[in-house]
Design a protein around this ligand. Structure first.
Ligand code: FEO
Length: 396
């Protein structure tokens, strides 16, 4: 299977409609995903990125139908993560001398993962590879989202091969943004950004500003997952600008888990308080044991405020909360306010620990941790409402 992008460029990747989890179980992919590989056929033939290891044989069999593998002059590895480089290892068994263009960091990562001394050609920002009738310019983009990440730009075609950046876990044979459900596409695009790129938002913002300064004519953006942007290029660039600059929404995300319902009652009282604030701040509430973890992170990412609650158990907090805390505290916390709450039986130490950890990871924590021993009574629920109201009022 190939999909023509332009007369000189074909998509030769793999669409995985069945995929439901990515990065182990870290990210859910309800719309599946695709591993996008692109083949430029010019005087020189260039393969850009490949597919995930389990699809290596299928990828190579398919690629053979498009081109005699011996006629691939160059391989570009924009990013060494196995979902894109896995099939390269298999391909290199057939064309072992083919030069692999990647960043110096990429070469190290590929060596570390595959233990092969392939013919690496390391490139830097602005380096150009001639394809004969066109030029491929390399744009290093470290920490968007790995240290080795780069993009490349095919000048005459006006195509930016952006790797994970601008990607989405969205399996669609239509392969172009104007041919799919835009609402679903945008949801998956934001979820992808929140879960994959957002921990490195500041670096991404800087790189995007640098690319904007280059005044590249962008006719298409071809990411390494999901569909190609050709209709909504300005829109996706604007959204990435907003997201990387951490322009947050007037939203509070409440994240909690509960053993016997006490923490849930406090969480619900907090929502009533937020509603009473009457200042237009919205809220989203997630019981971590029942909601999708990637959706929770997407909500936390877009919110100005985050409130985390847990029951105490033994000397700690619930393991569901401990898990989501790992992700919440790894996001870019700039300008985000947070608060913590929970119920305990005999020691509030672990609940206090939630507030401390939020503060230590950069969240602005102004309110004291809201704690209730055993089950909350009416008065304590009223106080929880006040806590929610005060937090909502502090956001604007
Ligand atoms: Fe899609 Fe970072 O690999």
């Amino acid at each position: 299977m190939k999909i023509e992008i332009t007369p000189k460029v074909n998509w030769v990747g793999k669409i995985d409609y069945e995929l439901r989890n990515f990065h182990g179980d870290q990210i859910t992919t309800q719309h599946g995903s695709s591993y996008n590989s692109y083949l430029i056929q010019d005087e020189k033939n260039v393969l850009i990125d490949a597919v995930y290891t389990p699809f290596a044989e299928e990828f190579i069999a398919n690629l053979k139908k498009v081109i005699d593998l011996q006629k691939i002059d160059f391989i570009v590895v924009n990013h060494s993560e196995p979902d894109h480089s896995g099939a390269i290892a298999k391909l290199m068994e057939i064309i072992p001398d083919t030069p692999i263009y990647c960043t110096a960091t990429g070469a190290k990562a590929l060596k570390g993962q595959y233990h092969k001394n392939w013919n690496f050609v390391t490139v830097k920002n602005g380096d150009i590879l001639s394809t004969g009738g066109d030029e491929l310019m390399f744009i290093e983009a470290p920490m968007m989202h790995w240290p080795d990440t780069m993009m490349c730009y095919l000048k005459n075609e006006g195509i930016l091969f952006s790797n994970d950046v601008f990607g989405q876990h969205f399996a669609e044979a239509s392969m172009f943004d104007d041919l799919v459900n835009e609402c679903e596409l945008m949801f998956e695009t934001e979820k992808y950004f929140a879960n994959i790129i957002s921990p490195f938002s500041k670096k991404a913002a800087k790189k995007l500003a640098e690319i904007e300064q280059m005044n590249l004519e962008l006719k298409m953006i071809c990411p390494a997952h999901g569909v190609i942007w050709r209709k909504n290029i300005e829109k996706i660039l604007e959204l990435y600008k907003k997201w990387t600059n951490l322009e947050l929404e007037n939203q509070i995300t409440i994240v909690y888990d509960t053993m016997y319902g006490s923490t849930r009652k406090i969480a619900e009282a907090i929502t009533r308080g937020i509603a009473q604030a009457g200042n237009g701040v919205k809220f989203v509430i997630h019981n971590v044991s029942k909601s999708d973890g990637s959706d929770i992170i997407t909500d936390v990412f877009r919110s100005k405020g985050v409130i985390v609650g847990s029951s105490a158990i033994n000397n700690g907090i619930l393991n569901s909360i401990a898990g989501i805390m790992e992700e919440i505290t790894n996001l870019d916390t700039t300008n985000k306010k947070a608060a913590a709450f929970g119920s305990y039986g005999w020691s509030p130490k672990a609940i206090d620990g939630i507030g401390e950890r939020l503060k230590n990871s950069g969240y602005i924590v102004e309110l004291p941790v809201f704690k209730v021993q055993w089950a909350p009574d009416e008065e304590q629920l009223n106080k929880a409402e006040s806590f929610g109201r005060e937090f909502a009022l502090s956001l604007l």
